[in-house]
Design a protein around this ligand. Sequence first.
Ligand code: HEM
Length: 151
Amino acid sequence: MAFNIALHILSAVIWVGGMFFAHQALRPAAVQVLEPPLRLELWVQVFRRFFVWVWLSISLLLITGYWMLFSWFGGFAGAPLYVHLMQGGGLIMVCVYLFVFFVPYRGLKQSVIVQDYPKAGAYLNVIRRLVGFNTLLGLLVITTAAAGRYL
Ligand code: HEM
């Protein structure tokens, strides 16, 4: 259990903390300092690296989460409300990430390769909104997960 929960929380920290940093610190700094072609190239390289960690975090979150759900609470019926909320919020976050990865991120990469920067900027805008949404939801899920048992 100790090992499971540790992996679970580390995965949540890496995923949600990484999104928070990208959205709240790196994005405004990049807008201030870099012109669009370089800025868009930067984001492709940032996502290329960060998304490897997101795939790993999501896999570990789901494996450890469902492992605890079944071994600790004996399945869905025995799980308290805050675990259901965490699971529901987590699944929405995963769906949003899958959409980001397979649609606007793919479009961003292709547009940067052919140097269509206005189109790349539009894709990046979609990613920005969805990552903003997932960051907020992630913070909410962490709050619910951590405070839930004391309510
Ligand atoms: C999607 C499927 C998920 C399942 C099935 C799941 C399941 C669980 C379970 C069973 C626990 C142990 C609860 C307890 O000991 O009272 C737990 C803890 C926790 N989970 Fe999840 N989880 C999921 C996703 C997530 C996500 C996406 C996040 C964060 C973004 C998250 C953050 C946490 C945190 C912070 C704790 C520690 C709570 C504490 O003991 O203080 N979980 N999770």
